[in-house]
Design a protein around this ligand. Structure first.
Ligand code: KIV
Ligand code: ZN
Length: 525
């Protein structure tokens, strides 16, 4: 139970609901990195995964439970003993574990998905909460598809799970169907009609199918919700979840309207959003609220004039409040270690001295290739080093010849077992030739689904970031690469994909991995 009635808890589900977004899967070490960044950001709860979904998910939840201190660590489970016990096994090493059980309640889900009658739903939900409570003091229950559930039945289920011992009750708009006024009424109804509701934390969980996840979450807070479930950059199933950075800044900027506050250290928002974007390969749209490149840019003359007079004319938040420093200071090859260290710090990154020295060498090498280095270049440098994509292959050399009729590439790859493979390949275009050459050299063959290149800073010598998504054995993998040469960036991105595929294969072989829950079933939640 929250002591401060005006404190809204932030429950981050980037690693569970966010990771369910197509192409957003993360490796174990990437998840741990994100979890540590979330703890630094000041979230109250980290939903680390769905332990029954696979051995890999279980291991990630367990690793985070052991390694991340501060926030509550939650794991998702369906309302059955096997799921709940598996979740508990993964979570129990955390100083603050939470089991999050869920069961769909709407007529549509009862009929088509579960084939269960109302009384069976009620019994199963209560049983699930009781099993969870027998293991853990902190238990959250979610009636999936709550926003499309008959109000009276929803209230009945909520009352029953509160009675059974749930400590948080979360109301999901699973399919992003509701609208703010309606959702406000739903929460008001529950507050009024559910016995014992004031004993638990009432939570909200919104999806963004109609672009209203943040607005709906805020409406729920106005009606009394005191936990918001959200993800960094709003990533998640389909159109995504409520975006953490947007909802946190809405509550901070309009604190006098909402009368509540969160524990989020908003100056960590920008670096955390960039980190998750880098790790998931999901670029942040330029015009994205709070952390998009244009969020604090003023283009028109009238606006610039107003800003020069006083920033409050056209700015409702200060960039530094979200961790963005206003000066896009330019560094170059004459900039010293001190200036570099200072800029890395101002951009919100904490890097140990040995790592900083290594990055400084990379910075120097890059400064030899391009005259000026902007914030985007420095960020790309730090984030790439931090993402630490694992795998056996490294690009040792690449040369490209192009003409009006096609392209040929020659590349040299180094394997961690000592092999060096040289491969030449021709194709209609250089990226196609790179993909074919890497396939031939590594013995892989995958289907490229998406290929994008965008610049990480400005100017004709700007570095390009290549983002690639591929399909392999029914799973999607992504990779990113940054270079002043965009063909090299594409080669690095593709090699990252191959490394991820080989790492997945190696883990599966090691574990004899059997997915307990088919991924498509997991993504139906
Ligand atoms: O969207 C949803 O209903 C969920 C629940 C499992 C909370 O993600
Ligand atoms: Zn969800």
């Amino acid at each position: 139970m929250v002591h401060d009635p005006n404190r809204v808890l932030i429950f981050d589900t980037t690693l569970r609901d966010g990771e369910q977004a197509p192409g957003c899967s993360m490796t174990q070490s990437e998840k741990l990195r994100v979890a540590k960044a979330l703890a630094e950001l000041g979230v109250d709860v980290i939903e680390a995964g769905f332990p029954i979904a696979s051995r890999g998910d279980w291991e990630s939840v367990n690793l985070i439970a052991k390694e991340v201190q501060g926030p509550i660590i939650a794991g998702l489970a369906r309302c059955n003993r096997e799921d709940i016990e598996r979740a508990w096994e993964a979570l129990k090493d955390s100083p603050r574990p939470r089991i999050h059980v869920f069961l769909a309640t709407s007529a549509i889900h009862r009929q088509y998905k579960l084939n269960m009658a109302k009384d069976e739903i009620l019994r199963t939900a209560v049983e699930g909460v009781k099993i969870a409570r027998s293991l853990c003091d902190d238990v959250e229950f979610s009636p999936e598809d709550a926003s499309r559930t008959e109000l009276e039945f929803l209230a009945e289920v909520v009352e029953a799970v509160v009675e059974a011992g749930a400590t948080t009750v979360n109301i999901p708009d699973t399919v992003g169907y509701t609208v703010p006024a309606e959702f406000y009424e739903l929460f008001t109804y529950l507050k009024k009609n559910v016995r014992g509701i004031d004993k638990v934390v009432l939570s909200v969980h919104c999806h963004d199918d109609l672009g209203m996840a943040v607005a709906n979450s805020l409406a729920a807070v106005s009606a009394g919700a005191r936990q918001i479930e959200c993800t960094i950059n709003g990533i998640g199933e389909r159109a995504g979840n409520c975006s953490l950075e947007e909802v946190a800044m809405a509550l901070k900027t309009r604190e006098s309207f909402f009368g509540v506050h969160t524990g989020i250290n908003t100056t960590r928002l920008y670096p955390t959003c960039r980190l998750v974007s880098q790790i998931t390969g999901m670029p942040i749209p330029r015009n994205k609220a709070i952390v998009g490149e244009n969020a604090f840019a003023h283009e028109s003359g009238i606006h610039q004039h107003g800003m020069l007079r006083h920033h409050s004319t056209y700015e409702i938040m200060r960039p530094e409040d979200v961790g963005l420093s206003r000066t896009n200071l330019v560094l170059g090859k004459h900039s010293g270690r001190h200036a570099f260290r200072q800029r890395v710090k101002e951009l919100g990154f904490e890097v140990e001295e040995a790592e900083l020295n290594r990055l400084f060498e990379e910075f120097k090498a890059l400064a030899d290739k391009k005259k000026e280095l902007f914030d985007g270049d420095i960020e790309a440098l730090v984030l790439r080093a931090a993402s630490g994509a694992e795998g056996p292959w490294k690009l040792a050399d690449l040369s490209v010849e192009t003409s009006a009729t096609g392209a040929a590439v020659t590349l040299r790859l180094q394997h961690s077992d000592g092999r060096v493979i040289e491969q030449r390949m021709s194709a209609a275009g250089p990226v196609d030739a790179v993909v074919k050459a890497i396939d031939a050299a590594t013995g892989n063959s995958v289907q490229v689904r998406k290929f994008e290149v965008h610049s990480v800073s400005v100017g004709e010598d700007a570095q390009g970031e290549a983002l690639l998504t591929v399909e392999h054995n029914g799973r999607s993998y992504r990779g990113s690469g940054v270079s002043t040469n965009i063909i090299e960036a594409a080669a690095r991105a593709y090699l990252e994909v191959i490394n991820r595929i080989e790492a997945t294969r190696a883990t599966a072989e090691r574990n004899g991995e059997r997915r307990n829950v088919d991924r498509s079933a997991a993504s139906a939640i």
